[in-house]
Design a protein around this ligand. Structure first.
Ligand code: GLY
Length: 301
């Protein structure tokens, strides 16, 4: 059994953007599946799927991300190997097109977990990972949005997920032929965020968690709320402590997010057998999944 689930954000995706989200998550699933179905590892599949969405300007990750209050792009990402329990993450990083790749390098080539800002860029250069101009990440849609937001009332991260702001975090969870589960998440954060604001995505246990004996989770939505309820780890704990199945655990996580902090978001997960589950309380969530027991991909927005 191998299995892969990806998501391209949980929010009020406008109808005219549904097709781009569908195409984007389908492409990410294909990229990851190519590797998994040919003996690739769960970590490789998660990185490949997330890179695909970081490169797709549809999504708030890598190129196409939201712009912060200074008109700059700052990116967050994390990845976790649920068998070694090693994890890697970057936060508030600039000049990097694929932050998930730097997060993976931190996981595999260092004894650290999280690097921020210029420290993460320095690490990337030391490990011969590509850097870019920050302007290479900026798309016209987001520059326009940033200009429109200036001078308006203070933008709330929570409103971002209630309104029709374009897109959100991306993520993936994979189980490979060795039963190893990996999870990862990548984001540009929230529109007009203060410089240095960090959401749930690079925080292990909040936006991302994996334990091959239980399952793997990637989250999307209101980062401040997701951090407050340690959403990814809460869902894993629910499965571990109560024996809840993936569907029940994902639903529990979203119910906890809503009841404790009035939060909005979405969860994708694989249980320890590679069975996919999804839960969200936003109007839409873009996701795609496949297991080796299925004849075709499932793509839903
Ligand atoms: N969920 C992404 C963020 O709040 O930054």
């Amino acid at each position: 059994m191998v299995s892969l689930i990806v998501h391209g954000g949980a929010w009020n995706i406008p109808t005219e953007m549904v097709e781009a989200h569908r195409t984007g998550v389908a492409a990410a699933l294909r990229e990851g599946w190519k590797l998994l179905s040919h003996g690739g590892s769960a970590v490789q599949a998660v990185e490949a799927a997330i890179r695909c969405m970081e490169d797709d300007p549809t999504f708030d990750a890598g190129r196409g991300s939201f712009v912060n209050a200074l008109g700059e792009i700052e990116l967050d990402a994390s990845i976790m190997n649920g068998s070694t329990m090693r994890c890697g993450a970057v936060a508030s990083v600039q000049n990097i097109r694929n932050p998930i790749t730097v997060a993976r390098a931190i996981m595999e080539k260092s004894d650290m977990v999280l690097l921020t800002g210029i420290g993460a860029v320095r690490f990337a250069k030391e490990h011969q990972l590509p850097t870019c101009k920050n302007d290479d990440l900026l798309v016209g849609r987001e520059l326009q949005r940033w200009k429109q937001i200036q001078g308006q009332r203070k933008f709330s991260a929570k409103d971002a997920f209630r309104g029709t702001v374009p897109s959100d975090t991306v993520g993936a969870v994979a189980m490979d032929a060795n039963g190893i589960i990996a999870a990862g998440t990548s984001t540009g954060g929230t529109p007009n965020k203060p410089p240095g604001r960090v959401g749930d995505s690079p925080l292990i246990g909040c936006g991302t968690y994996a334990d091959s004996t239980i399952g793997g989770v990637s989250c999307s939505g209101w980062g401040e709320g997701i951090i407050a309820v340690s959403l990814a780890k809460s869902v894993i704990d629910k499965m571990e402590m109560t024996g809840a199945d993936g569907d029940a655990a994902a639903a529990y996580g979203i119910q906890r997010l809503a009841s404790k902090v009035d939060g909005l978001g979405g969860i994708v997960l694989l249980d320890r057998n590679g069975r996919p589950s999804v839960a969200y309380n936003t109007p839409r969530m873009a996701r795609a999944y496949r297991t080796s027991e299925m004849k075709s991909d499932v793509i839903e927005v």
